[in-house]
Structures are given as C-alpha cells and as structure tokens.
Write a protein that binds this ligand. Structure first.
Ligand code: MN
Length: 237
C-alpha cells in the first residue's frame, strides 16, 4: 500500500433506519425547481423543460440532530425540505423504467441555500455553487430502505421552524419523478452506489436564524431535525 502524504478524508456516511448498518455517501446531486408551487414563488416558470441539476460536496453533509453553524458570507439562509434518493447501484444511460432498480432507499433532507448569494449569482449568469455548497449545507436524516418503504410517489412533505409550519407539500407534486431524475442524471455522468439525489422542494421556503430548530418530515419515510447556531468566538479563533 502506498503511503499518503496527508491523511485521506474520512468516509461520509448516513445511518440506515432500524439497522446498525451504515450507508457510505459518494456524491450529492440536487435537482432545482421540481415543484410548480416553489418555481412560482421563485418567479420562475414551472414546466417540464429538462431538469436543472447541481451538486453539493460530500463535506456539506450534516447528520440528524446536528447543530449547523450559520454560514459566513450570507444574510439570508433559506430552508428547502426535500426527498433524498440514495443509490445502492450505479449505471450510465439508465432507461426510466429501470431507474428505480438503482435506488437503495430514501431519506429526508434540507437543501440549505444562501438565497441572497444565489440571487446575485443568478442575475449575473454565474454558477450557483457558492449559494449551495458550504459546511453543513446538506443535513440528511436516516435512510429508509426501499425494501421496507417502497418507492414513494405521494405523501406529505413538511418543514417546521420552532414548531411553526413553513412548508407543507406533497411528493405527488414533483414535476420530475424519481425514476426520471435518476435516468436524467445517468445521461450526464456515470452514477455510482453511494450517490445521493436531493429531488427538489415544495413552496414555502424561508429564512433561518441562529437559535432556530428545524424539523422536517416526509410521510412514510422519516424525519430530520437540526439546529442553526452561531459559531462561538472561542471556536473561531
Ligand atoms: Mn433545492
């Protein structure tokens, strides 16, 4: 075995609901504007034009129960509750009718977004990356295996901040279904086991502040709870 000049990165992983086994995370893909109600609140058309995708680094993953530090370089951090598909198998150019065979299970995620930064970047036609990729930007709950929960096509998807309901949609509103999304992404690059796909958010996105407790739930899939905190002066120095 060759010696590494620095320590290799630690494995990013998620728990499996009801099991002691763990799910190793490879990449985090995200789909934009997949609910008409959210596209409209962002001032966009809701149409079945090809889905728009982007990525978050694996290092942005945060666990259920995490205290997520309010990110620097933003004054408007938004929540976006999303269904997350976790791939147990890979593939390229996968047909839609075979795409669900790749999905190991599902989880609840929050696509945290620097909304002010996204608006500035979008206006200039720049990439969204700085708005979407930062430490703690992808809190995701335990994965419920499809062998137990099936492949959900409907069910309430909700997010509450400090007990107050902010987002209340239904998976049935998804413009692009999970199978179509997996098939689409598999045309852009090889997909691998361990890849996660955040499938878009319903209407009701809004701001978060330090001290907030965020609770997300998808009917039949599970829950995700996390806090937003301020980095202490001691931790910063
Ligand atoms: Mn999103």
């Amino acid at each position: 075995m060759p010696e590494h000049v620095i320590a290799p990165p630690t494995l990013a992983e998620l728990p499996i609901a009801g099991s002691r086994q763990r799910f190793p995370v490879r990449r985090i893909f995200c789909i934009a504007r997949n609910y008409a109600s959210h596209a409209r609140e962002m001032g966009m058309d809701a149409e079945r034009a090809a889905p728009v995708h982007f990525m978050k680094p694996r290092e942005s993953l945060a666990q259920d129960g995490a205290a997520i530090v309010f990110p620097p370089c933003t004054e408007l951090l938004h929540h976006e509750v999303e269904l997350v598909a976790a791939l147990g198998a890979g593939g390229a150019e996968v047909p839609v009718d075979e795409a669900l065979d790749l999905v190991f299970g599902y989880a609840v995620g929050n696509d945290l977004t620097r909304r002010d930064v996204q608006a500035r970047l979008r206006k200039k036609g720049f990439p969204w990356e700085a708005a979407k990729a930062f430490d703690g930007a992808a809190p995701i709950g335990a994965i419920a295996p499809a062998s137990r929960v099936g492949h959900p096509t409907h069910g309430r998807i909700r997010l509450a901040v400090n007990g107050k309901l902010r987002q209340d949609g239904n998976l049935a509103e998804m413009i692009w279904k999970t199978a179509e999304i997996v098939s689409h992404l598999s045309r852009w690059q090889q997909l691998y086991p361990g890849d996660l796909i955040m499938t878009g958010t319903p209407a009701g996105v809004g701001p978060l502040a330090p001290g907030d407790r965020v609770r997300c739930e998808i009917e039949g899939i599970g829950t995700l709870t996390h806090d937003i905190v301020t980095l202490s002066k001691e931790a910063r120095s």
